[in-house]
Design a protein around this ligand. Structure first.
Ligand code: SF4
Length: 99
């Protein structure tokens, strides 16, 4: 992937789809396996996971995957310090900037 296409994809992911631009898509119901998984995670991450699992946000899907990768524990610090640059989500993982 070129630098330009990475930048384009990044801006698409950041500018996008959390809510409005995908509003016209058909709603995907939360399937029972996703509902069970959602019930097992901390409350604060459930809304993002639900947006991902119902096809409403790619950004939420990436965030949810990275949080799950660390078992929802100390997520901002762990994901920021992720040591797997070979992971396809590495360049898109949340918490990359120190806020
Ligand atoms: S980028 Fe890091 S934290 Fe996110 S899914 Fe990949 S390995 Fe896990």
């Amino acid at each position: 992937m070129t630098e330009e296409s990475t930048t384009t994809l990044r801006s698409t992911l950041h500018s996008a789809p959390n809510r409005k631009s995908w509003a016209g898509r058909p709603r995907i119901p939360l399937n029972p396996k996703a509902a069970a998984r959602m019930a097992s995670m901390p409350l604060s991450y459930r809304a993002d996971y639900k947006r991902a699992a119902t096809g409403r946000s790619i950004r939420a899907a990436i965030n949810a995957m990275c949080r799950e990768c660390f078992g929802w524990e100390n997520v901002s610090e762990n994901i920021r310090g992720c040591t797997d640059p070979a992971c396809p989500l590495y360049n898109y993982r949340p918490y990359q900037k120190n806020d």
